[in-house]
Ligand binder design. Sequence first.
Ligand SMILES: [Zn+2]
Length: 203
Amino acid sequence: MTQQDSEIEIALPDWLSAFAARRSIIESVEERMAFVIAAARANVQAGTGGPFAAAVFESATGRLVSLGVNLVLHANLSVLHAEIVALTLAQRALGTYDLGGTGLPRHELVSSVEPCAMCYGAVPWSGVTRLICGARSHDARRIGFDEGPQHIDWSAALGQRGIAVRHGVMRDQAAAVLEDYVRGGGRIYNARETGVDRPALPD
Ligand SMILES: [Zn+2]
C-alpha cells in the first residue's frame, strides 16, 4: 500500500468556532433550531460546505456543547456530514465516545435536515437521547441530495432505542437554506441515486 497517515486531522473552517461562541445557553427547541439553521446558512455564505448544520445541546439546560456543519467539500471527506462533525466535536469536548454515559446530563442532536442513512446510523452510537430535525429528507431530495438507503421507519426505530425524535421544527426556514443553496449555484455532490450511470466494475 502507499504510505498511510499516522493520525487523522481535520481542519475546521475559521468562522465556525467564533459562530459557536455566540451562544452558550439556548432555552427553547425552536431557538436551538434557529441557531443551527443560521449556521447552515453561514456555511453556504462562507463557501465552506453544503447547506447543512447540526449541534449537540444538553437537553434540559440548553447548553451548547458543539456546533458542526457539512464539510464534505471543504475537507474532501464523504463522512463529514454536519451531524458527524457535531457529534465528533461534542465527544472530544466531553472526552467520551458516549454522550449518554453515566453521570452525564442527557444530550440531544439538533439537525437542520433529517439524517441521511449514515447519520441515522450514527445517532444511537453517539449516546444522544433526542433528535430534533428541521427540514424533511424529502426537502433535501427535492434539490438533488441523496439521503441514502434510509431505514423505512427510522424514526420509530430510534424511538425503540429510547431516542425521541421531533420532525419539522422550523421546517420552512431550514428548507429555505436548501433552496437558496441551489438557487445560488451550490454544488450537489455525491448525488448518486439508484439508476445513475456508473463505470462498470472489473470482473
Ligand atoms: Zn448525513
